[in-house]
Design a protein around this ligand. Structure first.
Ligand SMILES: Nc1nc2c(ncn2[C@@H]2O[C@H](COP(=O)(O)OP(=O)(O)O)[C@@H](O)[C@H]2O)c(=O)[nH]1
Ligand SMILES: [Mg+2]
Ligand SMILES: [Zn+2]
Length: 195
């Protein structure tokens, strides 16, 4: 899900920050592993807790400018974070899924909120799936930041870092520069990408 969201952001030219919420209850090993995997993948990683308030000042700074969109799976704390930024928003939290009387899912809408101090925030309903739009096989790799520098060392200029001979991205997979998890995500998305 994180990799899909990051690709979506890149394709839309939207600067992305990886926000890891619930740090008050996250095991340190899990935090370390996420930080290791995404260190070179995003501009910055923000650790927050909507309960203790950790990281909220940094999040507030990010929201001062323009429109900020919170995206991620249901239940990760998006609405809680928005409320923490501006308690007057009073958004309902804790609703992991909503069902109509007929037992079907209701698609609740994304909502744009004006923040008290300054800036705007969009709280989105929990995503169960994310299929980046207009994802193409030949340029998907450009959405994986840590591939960019490595690709300079590939034998072929048009290498898509899949099966090609002399692929430096593949060679560096599993090192500090490119965690295996990210490369495997790439292969999965490459498989879904259009020609
Ligand atoms: N421990 C802890 N619980 C949180 C945190 N943020 C949200 N929650 C809880 O997680 C549940 C889902 O939160 P919600 O804001 O509705 O998530 P959303 O679906 O992403 O909007 C609620 O019960 C929140 O109280 C956090 O930072 N730490
Ligand atoms: Mg919510
Ligand atoms: Zn390559």
């Amino acid at each position: 899900m994180i990799d899909r969201l990051l690709v979506t952001a890149e394709l839309g030219n939207v600067p992305a920050v990886l926000l890891i919420n619930k740090v008050d209850i996250t095991e340190p090993e899990r935090l370390n592993s996420l930080q290791r995997i995404y260190r070179h993948a995003v501009e910055s990683i923000l650790l927050t807790s909507a309960i203790t308030g950790e990281g909220i000042d940094l999040l507030r700074e990010l929201t001062l400018d323009g429109i900020t969109l919170l995206a991620g799976s249901s239940g990760v704390g998006k609405s809680s974070l928005a409320n923490r930024l501006d308690p007057d928003l009073n958004i309902k939290v804790g609703e992991v899924s909503e069902y109509s009387g007929k037992g079907r899912h209701i698609t609740s809408a994304a909502r744009l909120h004006r923040l008290k101090e300054t800036g705007w925030i969009i709280d989105t309903p929990g995503l169960r799936e994310c299929a980046p739009w207009n994802m193409r096989k030949h340029n998907l790799w450009l959405c994986f930041r840590e591939f960019l520098e490595l690709a300079d060392g590939c034998h072929f200029r048009d290498c898509i870092h899949h099966h090609e001979r002399g692929c430096n991205v593949k060679t560096k997979t599993g090192t500090d520069l490119l965690p295996e998890e990210r490369y495997l995500s790439y292969l999965k998305l490459l498989n879904e990408a259009i020609e």
